[in-house]
Ligand binder design. Structure first.
Ligand code: ZN
Ligand code: ZN
Length: 232
């Protein structure tokens, strides 16, 4: 792993890896976990001895339930500004539960289970206002004392975004996965709406200097994998 310019603290909420990134005395949170994660979140902040009000930005990578399910409670706890792509923001504000499409045999198999879960998940999702709509152009994190930016990386959902630090760490949500729902390490996609767009997003991440990928599901991995898979 390369040297980190900013401290990175993983926080696992349910099936989702969320991350705190430190800039100065404050933090950015990447993703807000599945519904009913607030007590786990509070407990983990206590363990890390982090005052919740030091979290100034809550960046949601996309509108799936395992990434925005506890946003309302985490926003209320921290007072941090929530931000996400304008397209997925609309879905969160309407309280809509969307499920990804399946790619390949295993992906198609998984979507059957996801769709069966949908009504159950919907009971726990409430419409949540998101403070800031992010657009197509990169969003600089300078005002949060972080050398990095948020980029649109569509494909998994139309409004998926990734946070890329200048030092090469990239927080990609479900734009790439290296653990369940993948069965082995990083590899071809299993869940997403647009395979071609996802491949373009992998290339975009490389073009913006991503060297180490932090997915929401599975362990961090070397971005060289993208290069090999794309043949670039
Ligand atoms: Zn997702
Ligand atoms: Zn996910």
């Amino acid at each position: 792993m390369n040297s980190q310019e900013h401290q990175i603290l993983p926080i696992k909420l349910g099936i989702t890896n969320c991350y705190l990134i430190r800039g100065g005395d404050d933090y950015i949170l990447v993703d807000a976990g599945p519904p009913k994660s607030i007590s786990t979140f509070i407990q983990k902040l206590k363990q890390l001895m982090i005052d919740p009000t030091r979290i100034k930005l809550i960046f949601i990578t996309h509108a799936h339930f395992d990434h925005m399910g506890s946003l309302a409670e985490i926003s209320a706890l921290t007072g941090g500004i929530s931000a996400m792509h304008h397209q997925d923001k609309e879905l969160v504000e309407k309280g809509m539960v969307i499920m990804p499409g399946g790619i390949g045999l295993w992906g198609s198999f998984l979507t059957v289970f996801l769709w069966a879960m949908k009504s159950q998940v919907k009971k726990n999702i409430k419409p949540t206002l998101v403070d800031r709509a992010l657009e197509e152009k990169p969003f600089s994190l300078e005002s949060f004392q972080i050398n990095g930016k948020i980029l649109p990386t569509p494909g998994h959902t139309a409004g998926s975004m990734s946070l890329v630090l200048n030092s090469g760490e990239a927080f990609v949500g479900d734009t790439a996965m290296s653990g369940f729902p993948r069965l082995t390490g990083p590899g071809p996609f299993v869940l997403g709406d647009d395979l071609k767009a996802m491949k373009r997003s992998w290339q975009l991440l490389l073009d913006h200097g991503a060297r180490w990928i932090y997915p929401s599901h599975g362990k961090p991995f070397d971005a060289e994998f993208f290069r090999k898979y794309l043949g670039s």
